[in-house]
Design a protein around this ligand. Structure first.
Ligand code: PBG
Length: 323
């Protein structure tokens, strides 16, 4: 296989040839659309750091899901903005919480759509951390029960998949145990197994009003320098009963996605997070990049690295390009 006998350019000469040798494809089937649910009615309020991403009340969420389903997107993931916040994040477990109400409404209106719920306390606690706080420390074990109860309230509302994003140790097992005990052995767990302490979550924290009021999340989220630890985290979650494992963020961690794909025979998801989204939009608005092309290239790269599911704020835009 040497030049001039072999010329790699031969199979790149036209679009049909390129189609035939293409190794990776992206379909709306791969996409999961994140949505932010608020209380009230008729609410559709744009998040300033995330163009075309909104705080939506339940009635608006239903419309959004109908549109997604029409575009061929199979699933949404819900984040809730509660009425009020307190140290224990009470609304996380409330059957009348924004997320729980939205799940019921979506399952009513678009029953085949898969509804995923983010399980975490940071949107619900007044201190903005993902667990119970005592003397400035985020406590692991006492947090597990709250997370499990929150996941159970989502399953009771009809969630198909619960997705713990808190990074407490042992939370997958705690959630699996309680779900099974309560008769929800079919509820899928998508674990944010490898979640880095990342600055790319900035815009999301505005959207979810979940910026920690003191310190940061480095005592529970992973150090961006670590790769071997990512393999250990994923192995633990699989042993504890995770059905899907996830890497987050996506683009700066494509090597981690590839490593997990190689090591584990499990469905693999990647979260193309808020900062990744906002940067592309910002660059596009400034006229510095072609935002649509950068979006499609980013998504295909995440697929190529090995993720079968991509959680992305681009889901609708990408599905339209793929139509
Ligand atoms: C909450 C959570 C976060 C994201 C998803 N779930 C933020 C965080 O850990 O601070 C980030 C998503 C995004 O940036 O798009 N635990």
């Amino acid at each position: 296989m040497q030049y001039p006998i072999y010329r790699p350019r031969r199979t790149r000469r036209n679009e049909t040839l390129r189609r035939m040798v293409r190794e990776t494809c992206l379909s709306p089937d791969n996409l999961i659309y994140p949505l932010f649910v608020v209380h009230g009615e008729g609410v559709r309020k744009e998040i300033s750091s995330m163009p075309e991403v909104y705080h939506l009340s339940v009635d608006e969420i239903v419309k959004e899901c109908q549109e997604c389903w029409g575009l061929g997107i199979p699933a949404v993931i819900l984040f809730g903005i509660p009425h009020g916040k307190d140290p224990m994040g009470s609304e996380a477990c409330d059957p009348e919480g924004a997320v729980q109400k939205a799940v019921r409404a979506i399952k009513d209106a678009v029953p085949e759509m898969v509804v995923i719920t983010d399980v975490c306390l940071c949107e619900y606690t007044d201190h903005g951390h993902c667990g119970i706080v005592e003397k400035g420390e985020v406590l692991n074990d006492p947090t597990l029960e709250l997370l499990a109860r929150s996941a159970l309230s989502h399953a009771r509302a009809g969630a198909d998949i619960v997705a713990p994003s808190d990074m407490m140790d042992g939370r997958v097992a705690a959630i699996r145990d309680l779900l099974d005990e309560e008769g929800y052995s079919d509820t899928v767990i998508m674990a944010y197994s490898v979640k880095y302490a990342s600055a790319f979550y900035g815009p999301f924290r505005e959207a979810a009003e979940s910026t920690p009021q003191f310190g940061d999340r480095r005592s529970y989220q992973m150090d961006p320098s670590n790769r071997v630890e990512a393999l250990r985290e994923a192995a633990l979650d699989i042993e504890e009963g995770a059905d899907v494992i996830m890497v987050k963020p996506a683009l700066p961690y494509l090597d981690i996605i590839a490593a997990l794909k190689d090591r584990f025979d499990m469905p693999l998801a990647a979260y193309n997070v808020s900062g990744e989204y906002s940067m592309v939009h910002a660059g596009g608005r400034l006229g510095w990049i072609d935002a649509e092309k950068v979006m499609m290239e980013s998504l295909i790269s995440i697929r190529r690295a090995g993720a079968g599911m991509i959680l992305t704020y681009f889901a609708k835009e990408a599905a339209r390009v793929l139509e």
